[in-house]
Design a protein around this ligand. Sequence first.
Ligand code: SAH
Ligand code: SF4
Ligand code: F3S
Length: 481
Amino acid sequence: MSINDYTKAEGVSQLPSDETEKQLFIIEQLHEQMQADYARTGKKKTYHVVTFGCQMNARDSEKLAGILERIGYAETDTEDADFVIYNTCTVRENANLRVYGRLGQMKRTKQRHPDMLIALCGCMMQEPLVVDKIRKSYRHVDIIFGTHNIFKLAELIQTRLNTGKMVVDIWKDTNQIVEDLPNERKYSFKTGVNIMFGCNNFCSYCIVPYVRGRERSREPKDIIREIERDVADGVKEVMLLGQNVNSYGKNLEHPISFAKLLQEIEKIEGLERIRFMTSHPKDLSDELIAVMGQSKKICRHLHLPLQSGSSRILKLMNRKYTKESYLDLVDRIRKGCPDISLTTDIIVGFPGETEEDFLETMDVVEKVGFDSAFTFIYSKRTGTPAASMENQVPEDVVKDRFDRLLKLVQQKASDASARFTGSVQKVLVEDVNEHDETMVTGRMSNNLLVHFKGTPDLIGQIVDVHLEECKGFYYIGNLSE
Ligand code: SAH
Ligand code: SF4
Ligand code: F3S
């Protein structure tokens, strides 16, 4: 039944009971309203999505943009828009501070433009104290929702327009996965695909399990169908997303391993590259290493967060592996997939971290030689077990360790990256170069960027590029004939 059939048969007030149908129905109602406004004013309404945080949030923003486009809003690249939405992150304190800063500025924008709507969603909104603060101190916000109900955006907009009041709708958790809603990909040739939501690991420093809820895997058939549609629509590369992809499928009615899912996805004709994120070291199986080793499509890159090189700290972090088992895993991966690029995340200054603990982290970085590493200063997240641990490390000590780690990481990354100099690599061209219009920028299978002379028509194509010179963490190359 189409949306128009519903309108005719059941009257506008009667909503379909299926969640997807219901949301599509409301989107259509808003679309009609929007067209009527357009006929009256001759002005198309605009939207702008600001995304903080990880790939999971970036993917959610594509879904939000999809709904807004379907309603009839046109994208604009400034926050001076008719609808502005902040998709927030709360993994570290400074992510929150940035959002408050932006909201403060928006107060003035809204005074100039009183009809605009401001919405907030994402991980930060799952924290009751944050929502209290916004209700009290940021009254110019129109809609607040969380991570579990982004599919409801159209309904929330409708409620806001009908009531004229601030709409707040946060769910504590959910077991619902709403499929088949609109979606607006940022790039035509690559996209993220959620394979699971939430996290059950409760690393002691991390707020994600509290704001993203319990782990839920999508059915393989839904994932495959989504990727097949994306590929039919021009997608060449997918990034499978989950907080711990290695535990994918364990709780499905018919359990399936992540490695098996990869094998199924590999069969999709026309799909050329498969990436995934993130792999928790504790669950990375030999089966996965074997599948990666044989695959033609899985990219030669693995992001394997270390967090700390000290087994004592890893235990306090509840990571469930040791320094030795991590190093052993790296050996097995490198044996099974020679030339793979390894990247990582490291936290400095976890409560109780001593100089000896820190030197263990430096030792792992030295031994593994990561191709790149994201280094973070530990940030205390209220409600997590680590927040109430004693011996929080003084700021100056943390800063000193952070600087030493960053130096080593950069030196190792630049050594590791340079090993491909002189080779020819397949590159998926992503953009015109930011600084030089005669060049384009693409990504190698191992995730490194390469800049080379080329024209915009190459965007979205996979081409052979000769790597001339390594500039630390990117390459300058030449299109190979
Ligand atoms: N699920 C992923 C990580 C998601 S959060 C995994 O397990 O690897 C991304 C990164 O943020 C983490 O890997 C960690 O390094 C960092 N992070 C998480 N909580 C943090 C905190 N409280 N302080 C500093 N960094 C943190
Ligand atoms: Fe956070 Fe750990 Fe879950 Fe990653 S695995 S999201 S670090 S709790
Ligand atoms: Fe941030 Fe939420 Fe991702 S807290 S890192 S946006 S899952």
